[in-house]
Ligand binder design. Sequence first.
Ligand SMILES: NC(=O)c1ccc[n+]([C@@H]2O[C@H](COP(=O)([O-])OP(=O)(O)OC[C@H]3O[C@@H](n4cnc5c(N)ncnc54)[C@H](O)[C@@H]3O)[C@@H](O)[C@H]2O)c1
Length: 308
Amino acid sequence: MYFLYTIIASLAVFFILKWLKKRRYCTDLRRLDGKTILITGGNSGIGKETAIALAMRGARVIIACRDPDKAEKAVREIKLKSHSLNVLHMELDLANLSSVREFCKSFLQREKKLDILVNNAGMPGVLEWTDNNFSMCFGVNHLGHFLLTNLLLPRLKECAPSRVITLTCSSYKYQKLDFQDLNYNQLPFFTYCRSKLANIYFSQEVARVTEGKGVTSYAVHPGFVQSGWTCHYSILFRMLVQVIMWMFFVPCEIGAQTVIYCAVSDEAAKHSGGYFIDCRPATLRPFARDAAVAKKLWEASERLVNLA
Ligand SMILES: NC(=O)c1ccc[n+]([C@@H]2O[C@H](COP(=O)([O-])OP(=O)(O)OC[C@H]3O[C@@H](n4cnc5c(N)ncnc54)[C@H](O)[C@@H]3O)[C@@H](O)[C@H]2O)c1
């Protein structure tokens, strides 16, 4: 009898886990021939899977990464899996604003087109500082991408219709921004939540400042994904999280689906400034839709990165 109960319980757990991990795929099969796509942090995790999928559709894909060796290895893998030779990497460290400026300068010199910018790179909750003394999460996840997008906006406008896709996280809802302490660096998880909330306000403000100029903007929660973000933590934490990830998180290929959807779908384009989960628009908590806060963050960020 116990044997029967064990089998029934195992089957129940199996189907519950399967249901929890069920996700929608992007069913829009549009090709992207002739388009140039820039993906930050495209050498691993969701960014790499996005790069493979978009290169497969014919786009020229540029991954912007910190480590040239890892980037080169990723480029080889993306080419192999996508059967495309139109993939390359460029050096970018979002934790260093001079690196962001250097990157944009050489990108604009080298590349005549930019149709889709994917602000994918991200740091999980860590209590570190960037080269410019910003908290690592706020500095990399928000400020680095803020400067990058602003410096590339003229090219995105020239290439309109064009898109800016910014990876955020549903954990945005656990924190609010404190304008007295944007550089908050105390509890790692909350530091991460605040940076991901900043990504949402940023994405909305990109939509507002580019309204009528052919640039659309999307904030994407990719789901909880089995990627490499745990590499920033101790081996013990990694082992524990690995089990949880295996049980509840989805593979990177699925995590990339909503990004791909926002890159190609006409339906998504009707919701510029929107928040997307599982290949469809999702509703944000009211405080995360506050246009005045989004504008205030934009202006504060302009000052912090010295954007005239
Ligand atoms: N994995 C999840 O469950 C999950 C959930 C919600 C949101 N996200 C978001 O998805 C995005 C992709 O994360 P992932 O899960 O693929 O993790 P990942 O760690 O595999 O990828 C993050 C990428 O960002 C790059 N990066 C980090 N700091 C950088 C810097 N200073 N300059 C340039 N590149 C830098 C890393 O090298 C890496 O390639 C992140 O923005 C993350 O916040 C992930």
